[in-house]
Write a protein that binds this ligand. Structure first.
Ligand code: ADQ
Length: 498
């Protein structure tokens, strides 16, 4: 089962190189890597926790590259201020501040009130205001103005995520001849959903100006291809190439992974320290959930499924607990305040309904938790419960698998609507909208014989180790290195473009 074919996953049947056994391949390629993302990871932090930040940081150091993005600070003078440039060892970091109006319109407004919900199939929550869209396109143009003087011939510019869809078009409009690639960390929704975004043509055409466009899954890539053929009058060429409006791009799936070997080491080291908390030392089995507190993550659905488990399988009462770690996120937006209230109301209801003086069914923490603690919690938990309504990939599912003790592993219960479900087929796959199905899957996970747990975990682990974060990076960079920079077709119909 570890041989995942190209047809199934839209990625090479063999990994680009064995996992985690050498430096990034970019080291042998000419030209610098330039990473562009909304926020720049703190590459000076003594302990880097994000696998993504470490993987990109390694590639940037190997090519003496540059990481460019917003600083996370706002300033009323931002429009007049040049980028702040720091040299950090062998790489450079360049950041710019946003004005408060830009942060509101570009980040909270268009990116997180329009694109984030729309890409997660939540058109009911999508507020795509034209005034926010203008600020979004203008911030992308300003980012391009700031980056242009810092680019060198031969650079490969790798742009990340939905905040920066128009970035390649803006760079090329300014005469940039570098190859420019894009990776979307969220799902790409079905064409009918994407076409409901008022600025869809402008965004779709902008994506076509990239030389490579990467998606998390083959389903996302196929959605984009269908959008291009149906709504942009484009064509699907051989391989993964698409053409529309005089632009041709390579659109492929590159499923993101974790630093699997690093996570295994972390979980092993931490587990040697004994039970994390006294309450985890008892015989009660733990179901663990770890998420940003986002409405896409299916937290109310998860809590209702746990409640249903206690309701229809009374034998699990006092024998199981749910530990839910929910990190605060985008709290300025009212919809995030509402989801928090709903989650906290459900936690209170379940604890009030089923708990007693010696057993609390749900332990809920509304804060981020350090990775070493997470690794230990995963390892001590009999079930990892990952129930997004939609998710680009979901790295928590992969971290849970990596943290298990191989001889006595826990069971992953995973939403079919997480990108990770395309790869992690030996998890118990569930529909997060079906409370009864989830409750049954939880019962099955809690009572699964050790031999079956072992067999499932073994296969999942092989896949996670093979398709780790370094493999994701190197696969993308290899495709990117083989691509050619396509010039901007200035005669194309570009709705809304200046
Ligand atoms: P996210 O939506 O943030 O990322 P996810 O992949 O689940 O989602 O998590 C990213 C990281 O955050 C994981 O390493 C996880 O451990 C950490 N994390 C989550 N909750 C935490 C908590 N309470 N405390 C501490 N750490 C926590 C977006 C997309 C995903 C995609 C990633 C990477 O939405 O679908 O998998 O990018 O491409």
């Amino acid at each position: 089962m570890s041989n995942v074919t190209k047809v199934e996953l839209g990625m090479p049947a063999k990994p680009m190189r064995p996992a985690n056994n050498g430096g990034p391949e970019i080291a042998q390629k000419p030209g610098r890597l330039v990473v562009v993302s909304n926020r720049v990871a703190d590459v000076t932090a003594k302990t880097q926790t994000g696998g993504l930040a470490v993987a990109l940081g390694d590639a940037l150091r190997a090519s003496r590259g540059l990481w460019f993005g917003a600083s996370g600070q706002t300033s009323v003078n931002a429009l007049k201020s040049p980028p702040k440039i720091d040299t950090i060892g062998e790489m450079t970091r360049a950041t710019i501040d946003l004005t408060p109006e830009e942060e509101e319109g570009y980040y909270y407004g268009y990116s997180n009130r329009c694109l984030w919900p729309a890409f997660h199939y939540r058109l009911d929550l999508a507020r795509c205001k034209e005034s926010d869209a203008e600020i979004y396109f203008n911030v992308n143009a300003r980012f391009a103005d700031a980056l242009m003087p810092l680019l060198l011939p031969g650079d490969m510019v790798w742009v990340h995520d939905y905040h920066l869809i128009p970035f390649a078009e803006e760079l090329k409009r300014r005469g940039c001849a570098s190859r420019i690639g894009f990776f979307l960390h969220t799902p790409f929704p079905s064409p009918e959903i994407f076409a409901a975004v008022p600025q869809q043509k402008r965004l779709g055409n902008a994506l076509m100006t990239y030389d490579v466009v990467g998606f998390q899954t083959s389903a996302d890539r196929d959605n984009f291809a269908r959008y291009v053929t149906t709504f942009l009058d484009g064509e699907r060429l051989d391989g993964d190439r698409l053409t529309a409006q005089g632009q041709t791009t390579q659109a492929s799936a590159f499923p993101i992974g974790i630093d699997a070997a690093g996570f295994v080491r972390l979980a092993q080291t931490e587990s040697a320290k004994g039970p994390l908390l006294p309450f985890l030392a008892d015989d009660v089995k733990t179901i663990i959930g770890v998420d940003r507190l986002d409405y896409t993550k299916g937290l109310p659905e998860r809590l209702r499924a746990f409640e249903k488990l206690l309701e229809i399988y009374p034998q699990h009462r006092r024998q199981v607990r749910l530990v839910q770690i929910a990190a605060p996120t985008r709290e300025e937006l009212p919809v995030y305040q509402e989801i928090r209230e709903e989650v906290e109301r459900l936690v209170g209801r379940i604890n009030g309904r089923f708990g007693d003086l010696s057993w609390q069914p749900v332990t809920y923490l509304h804060r981020p938790v350090p990775q070493e603690i997470l690794a230990r919690l995963y390892r001590e938990s009999a079930v990892g419960l990952v129930t997004p309504l939609r998710d680009g990939m979901n790295l928590v599912a992969k971290e849970y698998i990596a943290a298990q003790a191989p001889e006595d592993p826990g069971v992953l219960v995973l939403s079919r609507f997480a990108g990770a479900a395309e790869q992690l087929r030996e998890a118990l796959l569930i529909n997060p909208h079906d409370t009864n199905e989830m409750a049954r899957a939880l019962d099955r996970a809690l009572t699964m014989p050790r031999q079956e747990r072992w067999a499932r975990h073994n296969r999942l682990m092989q896949r996670i180790e093979t398709y780790d974060v370094a493999n994701w990076r190197d696969s993308f960079l290899q495709t990117f290195a083989e691509s050619e920079s396509q010039p901007l077709n200035l005669f194309a119909q570009r709705p809304g473009a200046a």
